[in-house]
Write a protein that binds this ligand. Structure first.
Ligand code: TXA
Ligand code: MG
Length: 323
């Protein structure tokens, strides 16, 4: 733990982040658990530290609106909200820019990205020094309450983090409000530190409300919250059929593997953190190979294997009919 008043605190935090480390820091809403959003392995370690049983897409934090706007495609509504509320407790979900360097694990494989420009001076300093997007979910273990003081962070993570920057209690105490500006109509995905009325008055129009995962099922087709491959996913495969692509782990070679349309190994050395870092990009690549199905070998149900299996099971489940 280091006080934000130490002269070199922001530089120390940025150096750890740039080296792939995990750094907790204050924002105006809650303390965030930061990792380099462009580094899949760092994001996998962040998931492991939080103990999240699922991969949810994460918010990438930037020091100023210009840096954020380089990473996504901002329509008129997104530009209006960014101009009015950034820096501040607002997160915008927008389509990823074509050359966006954010790792696929950070966005959980989606082609949209969540961006936020926090106003807290300590967060600003760290983000400026890091000079890259920093993913930061709330700095609590999965299922615990969001931390508004450095002591809360330390209680949840006595030794799993590289650094905790203590900037005193946070001001807002509620997570940022999330608005998706992907289609014509802006959609409120999460209520938070910025009131709905403020958003609607800035836009001059009402925003649709979609309950996010955990609150209620999403309206089908309204806003894809999970990446779904085109190919069929076949789990716990012990053989590979003709025309199938193969997603394997730890060098496993099921029967028929030689005939696979394409094969990718999530981690030849059997490391589940490395497997998580590769997971979404490998799924995309196998899907893009044009194979009708992707056979997946059994993945150990431990550590990050739990989140990988959760996502695989949902990808393998029958699809709701498309519109
Ligand atoms: O105030 C906050 O926003 C805090 C501080 C630390 O900045 N951060 C935070 O992050 O709450 P996190 O990871 O707990 O919240 C991420 C939320 C999730 O509900 C996720 O579903 C949503 O953002 N999200 C992220 N990317 C998304 C996307 N591409 N599409 C839809 N929802 C997305
Ligand atoms: Mg949280």
């Amino acid at each position: 733990m280091i006080s934000a008043d130490e002269p070199a605190a922001a530089e120390a935090a940025a150096a750890r982040l740039r080296a792939g480390g995990l750094v907790a820091f204050p924002t105006e809403t809650v303390y965030g658990l930061g990792a380099d959003a462009t580094d899949g392995a760092a994001i996998a370690r962040l998931y492991a530290a939080k103990g999240r049983p699922r991969f949810n897409p994460l918010i990438s934090h930037l020091p100023d609106p210009a840096a954020a706007m380089r990473l996504g495609i901002f329509n008129a509504a997104a530009r209006a909200l960014a101009a009015r509320f950034w820096p501040g407790p607002l997160t915008l979900v927008v389509p990823k820019a074509p050359d966006c360097p954010i790792a696929s694990l950070t966005t959980a494989g989606l082609d949209t990205v969540a961006l936020r420009v926090p106003s807290h001076p300590v967060a600003q300093k760290i983000l400026r020094a890091a000079a890259r997007p920093i993913a930061a979910p709330s700095a609590n273990r999965s299922g615990r309450v969001s931390p508004t003081r450095a002591a809360h962070v330390l209680a949840d993570f006595p030794d799993a983090l590289d650094l905790i920057v203590d900037g005193g209690p946070t001001e807002v105490g509620l997570e940022s409000t999330i608005v998706a500006c992907v289609d014509e109509t802006p959609v409120l995905l999460r209520l938070g530190g910025l009131a709905r009325e403020a958003i609607e008055s800035a836009l001059g129009q009402p925003v649709a409300r979609v309950l996010s995962a955990g609150e209620a099922p999403q309206a089908p087709g309204q806003l894809a919250s999970h990446y779904a491959p085109r190919a069929t996913i076949r789990l716990n495969a012990t053989h590979v059929a003709r025309g199938e692509a193969l997603l394997t782990f730890a060098g496993a070679r099921p029967d028929g593997a030689d005939g696979a349309a394409m094969t990718l190994d999530l981690s030849p050395r059997g490391d589940l953190v490395e497997a998580a870092a590769n997971f979404f990009s490998y799924l995309h690549r196998l899907d893009a190979s044009g194979a009708r199905a992707i056979a997946v070998v059994p993945i150990p149900e431990q550590g990050l294997g739990e989140a990988i299996n959760d996502r695989l099971r949902r990808a393998a489940a029958p699809r709701p009919p498309s519109r």
